[in-house]
Write a protein that binds this ligand. Sequence first.
Ligand SMILES: [Zn+2]
Ligand SMILES: [Zn+2]
Ligand SMILES: [Zn+2]
Length: 153
Amino acid sequence: MTASAPDRGSADTERVLERLRVQGHRMTPQRRAIVAEVIATRGHISPQAIAARVQDRVPGVNASTVYRTLDLLEELGVVSHAHTERGAEYHRSEHRDHLHLVCAGCGRQESRPAEDVEEARRGFARGTGFMPDFTHFAISGLCEACRGEDRDG
Ligand SMILES: [Zn+2]
Ligand SMILES: [Zn+2]
Ligand SMILES: [Zn+2]
């Protein structure tokens, strides 16, 4: 799920770096490399994975540099985080509206569109007054294979 091929050009990266510069943030080689890695990632990436990948290319990247840069990118609206079994993971904000499903049986993870639970969300809000956001934390359950013959529908 952290596998990625840098597919979006560096134009996106340059745009983000420019926004950071305009806001007066210092652009160190470490920070540039972190931004490039995040922009090039499809799907989710953990701060640890970013640090590991960037360290291969740019020495002197530590976890706190990664966290600070991710915070900045989140303030800019470039990335969002979600909590999965492995901890916080980041993805680009335009991919925000999805559920993270984790099977308690086999550990498989998958994503579903947030619309899938829209009705449940509204029903819950009608009953309790509280509108849940199911996209922020992974939802634990059982996948089709692990439910096996217990399937009821
Ligand atoms: Zn959070
Ligand atoms: Zn996600
Ligand atoms: Zn399963």
